[in-house]
Design a protein around this ligand. Structure first.
Ligand code: C6P
Length: 403
């Protein structure tokens, strides 16, 4: 059996999405900017897809949704443009973000620091979430932008973005949120939360790879990242990725139209898996309370078991999981959030992220429960940092211990 539990890294493109995209590769392949029918016939389809995106996030006609190539691009665009538009001109010199953002925010912030920008990386609480009063206390009259994620990719923890947006508006500071792990998983309503900018990516909600978006409140000005043929109203040049846009529109509609029902189903499977693993495997814990997490995510720490070893064993059973962000997996780095909440390096290397999707079945959950336990037992048996339950000379057993 094969079980894919790495849906926070990327998702399967839904068959209905692929079907809607196909004609735009081989039949309606014209460039939308061309004047002939090959190009112009794509216009209503593109408009329909963009409308679906507006509807899904409740954007209004004054707002702008610009299609990008991915959320990494959207995140880079906001930070670099705020630097160009506000900081370089000398008005402001400070950006506030958190210690647990995705590398597309953190690496861009490091680059901005090299340009002389002051960046504050906010600490998180024991659940891995930044609290609004902490954000407030670090905003100064030099702060140009606050960038705080909507939901964390490693834990699924949902951040209080509405309160943070409100604080930013009161202080006259722009607010950006990376909503990559929120859109399509939990309700995302930009009129309710009121971010100035919001990044998201189609491949996280069963859309295609290579297409993302940046939501811009009230169509406010932002220096383009890509100059050229003035596509996307001059905000992002380059021939439109028509199949990608069509796919993103279909995928976001499918992900959001029965969201409450889907969330309940995914949550039930996630909770069953989490309960079972915590019950049958001693010395494990999960990060963050379930009711404040996206319904599909578990970050579980298995004491004495190195995350990478565990992934290897799970992979042998046909189970795909991760130790955290897929972008950091090649570096064998410790889990960022676990470090941020105070775990030492050894413990932070024991985190395994299991992320479900609406396609995950009960049968798959049963299979994972069975083989997860087998993998843990095997790895603990050879672990030098985990004292196994040893029969004492009298035949009793000792408690497991951490060294
Ligand atoms: N996180 C993960 O395994 P792209 O790949 O550019 O569409 O999305 C980047 C991105 C930005 N923000 C957040 C919160 C994300 O989770 C991601 C992608 C994957 O966690 C791959 S590194």
């Amino acid at each position: 059996m094969k079980v894919y539990l790495d849906n926070n890294a990327t998702t399967m493109t839904a068959p209905e999405v692929v079907e809607e995209m196909l004609p735009f590769f081989s039949q309606m392949y014209g460039n939308p900017n061309s004047l002939h029918k090959f190009g112009t016939q794509t216009h209503p389809h593109i408009s329909k897809a963009i409308d679906r995106i507006y509807t899904a996030i409740n954007a209004n006609d004054n707002d702008d949704v610009v299609i990008t190539s991915c959320a990494t691009e959207s995140n880079n665009w906001v930070l670099k443009s705020v630097y160009n538009d506000k900081i370089k001109k000398g008005e402001k010199n400070h950006i506030v973000t958190t210690e647990v953002e995705h590398p597309s925010i953190l690496s861009t912030c490091k680059w901005l620091e090299e340009q002389g920008v002051k960046v504050t990386y906010l600490p998180v609480n024991e659940e891995g979430v930044v609290e609004p009063h902490v954000v407030k206390s670090f905003i100064t009259d030099k702060t140009a932008l606050v960038s705080v994620m909507w939901a964390n990719n490693e834990t699924g923890m949902i951040f209080p973005v509405k309160e943070i947006a409100q604080i930013c508006h009161e202080k006259g500071v722009l607010f950006h949120t990376d909503a990559v792990q929120a859109v399509g998983k939990i309700p995302v309503d930009v009129q309710n939360v009121r971010p100035d900018f919001m990044s998201f990516s189609a491949h996280k909600f069963h859309g295609p790879k290579g297409v993302g978006a940046l939501y811009i409140r009230d169509s406010q000005a932002l220096t383009p990242l890509l100059h050229g043929g003035e596509q996307m109203g001059g905000r992002r040049s380059g021939t439109l990725n028509v199949p990608g846009i069509i796919g993103m529109g279909k995928a976001i509609e499918m992900a959001t139209e029965h969201l409450e029902e889907t969330m309940a189903k995914v949550r039930a499977k996630r909770d069953r898996l989490e309960d079972a693993l915590l019950e049958i495997i001693p010395d494990t814990f999960t990060v963050g309370s379930r009711d404040r997490r996206t319904p599909n995510t578990i970050l579980i720490s298995i004491r004495g078991v190195e995350g990478e070893g565990m992934l290897w064993d799970l992979n042998r059973y046909g189970i795909g999981a991760s130790t955290g962000s897929a972008c950091a997996s090649e570096d064998l780095e410790a889990n960022t959030v676990m470090l941020a909440i105070g775990a030492d390096h050894e413990l932070a290397h024991t985190g395994i992220r299991l992320s479900l999707s609406r396609y995950t079945t009960d049968e798959e959950i049963d299979y994972v429960i069975e083989h997860f336990k087998q993998a843990v037992d095997r790895l603990r048996a050879i672990s030098s940092s985990y004292a196994k339950v040893q029969p004492t000379p009298g035949g009793e057993t000792k408690e497991c211990e951490l060294h």
